[in-house]
Ligand binder design. Structure first.
Ligand code: CTP
Length: 447
């Protein structure tokens, strides 16, 4: 008996899937279909799947072509399955051409022509409409953002803005966008939402203009450099039923969220101390070292690290103080100490001083250790005095990690949800307030 195996998500089962399964079956006598589990898809960054695994299995079963259906749950499983089920042929659509040649060692690999003009992605977009988002700014982070939107359904980058038209034109060409602009109001007319990834000092103005034009706003960090500006914009957004979200990417990562829920559920007892550090060395001349452009370690790195402290210890701190080492007006190193009624915390930030970029949360029963770079949380360990009780947690951190904030932003718009528990307005405001205190040099010592 000739055994054939094929794999897929098979979301919103369509004619392309049916054709593929039919042709795969014709390659042998017995067809095994591997359907991805929900967690496997999430883990590989495919966040947009509509049907759950039970529904997808049922849809594949109803085609009548599968003799056996299995669940694909981990990377590398294909090799195990091929050997376990004694498979003769591995078949997959031609969009994967070449990608599975490594399986030739175990069985014959066949790429079947893909059915043109249909895909699950297309069906998902048709059913819920697509949020048209425009990117403000054309720098490094904007370049990372666009490809990350490809894996989130319901959102599409459709325009870019840079006051220098040549820059937006190049960006539009690079990412195949229909529209580019050097005029902000023309740009706003093209979109439903904006992602602000422009220089720090421009965030407030762009966010305000976008909100006033009725657009939802996802704004890069540092979100706002003053709490009153942040408050004003959040209030405006709320009054006008618009989404305003701080793009603090780690806050939206499943692994970081899991860490927070584990700590909150008491696995390390009462939390007494949080230490977070983030440093990235930069070479002068650069915007990050330019005080006139709101550069400096604090403005660059405080948003993510303070977010971690606030997610664990909350917003009701009793005292904050700062120590900085300054060069040419910009802090190349800053330490922030935040005290709470029953806990303390410190964050150390560097752009001209290198620190160990880890996160350590200490409690009365144990501690959580997240090695550098903790903000791209892919691994952490819960440690105890009795080391046999230690537990390691591993995650895959897909792409640039921006897909999770994009998904949350899209979901908030589509589902008419105006707040996110992953980073609430109050938490975001508390971060802006601390950054403002720093910029006002409150409780500040230069070292
Ligand atoms: N497939 C196909 N023709 C299509 C769509 C999919 O032959 N028009 C094949 C794929 O090549 C794969 C299988 O069907 O072998 C399952 O693909 P899957 O990724 O589940 O479907 P897509 O529609 O491609 O899903 P998405 O848009 O989410 O990538």
């Amino acid at each position: 008996m000739k055994k054939v195996i094929t794999y897929g998500t098979f979301d919103l089962l369509h004619q392309g899937h049916v054709n593929l399964l039919k042709r795969a079956k014709e390659l042998g006598d017995y067809l095994i279909v591997g359907v991805t589990s929900d967690s496997f898809d999430k883990g590989r960054g495919k966040l947009n799947v509509r049907n759950n695994v039970i529904e997808r299995i049922e849809a594949v079963r109803q085609t009548g072509y599968a003799d056996e259906i299995i669940i694909e749950d981990y990377l590398g499983q294909k090799i195990d399955d091929i050997q376990r089920y004694d498979v003769d042929v591995f078949a997959i659509g031609s969009d994967w051409e070449g990608k599975f040649d490594y399986l030739n060692e175990f069985c014959q690999v066949v790429y079947l022509p893909r059915t043109e003009g249909i895909s699950s992605t297309m069906l998902r977009e048709e059913s819920s409409g697509v949020v048209k988002i425009g990117v403000v700014g054309t720098g490094r982070i904007a370049r990372r953002f666009v490809p990350e939107t490809y894996v989130v359904s319901g959102i599409k980058v459709s325009a870019v803005y840079n006051p220098e038209k040549g820059q937006s034109e190049d960006f539009a060409r690079e990412f195949n966008l229909q529209s580019y602009s050097a005029g902000f109001s023309d740009f706003l007319n093209e979109v439903d939402a904006v992602y602000i990834a422009s220089p720090h000092l421009t965030h407030y103005e762009y966010a305000k203009q976008a909100l006033y034009a009725g657009k939802h706003v996802l704004c890069e960090i540092p979100f706002m450099l003053s709490a009153s500006q942040a408050k004003e914009l959040y209030e405006y957004a709320e009054d006008n039923n618009l989404v305003l979200l701080e793009a603090s990417k780690t806050a939206f990562c499943p692994s970081f969220n899991h860490l927070v829920t584990l700590v909150k559920s008491g696995i390390i007892g009462e939390v007494v101390d949080v230490q977070a550090s983030l440093s990235k060395m930069v070479e002068s001349p650069t915007r990050e070292l330019d005080a006139t452009q709101a550069g400096g370690a604090m403005n660059e790195h405080a948003p993510l690290t303070l977010m971690a402290v606030i997610k664990i210890l909350g917003i009701d701190y009793t005292k904050v103080s700062f120590r900085s080492k300054v060069k040419d007006g910009a802090d190349i190193y800053t330490k922030v100490v935040l005290d709470y009624p029953h806990a303390t915390s410190s964050v150390t930030l560097g752009i001209g001083v290198k620190t160990e970029g880890n996160l350590i949360i200490s409690g009365t029963k144990g501690y959580v250790y997240v090695p550098a770079p903790w903000w791209l949380t892919s691994f952490f360990e819960v440690r105890y005095e009795d080391q046999t009780k230690n537990k390691k947690y591993f995650y895959s951190y897909d792409g640039e990690g921006l897909r999770y904030e994009i998904q949350e932003f899209t979901s908030m718009i589509v589902n008419n949800r105006r707040g996110s528990y992953k980073l609430s307005k109050k938490e975001s405001l508390a971060i802006a307030e601390i950054i403002e205190k720093y910029n006002n040099r409150e409780s500040y010592i230069e070292i």
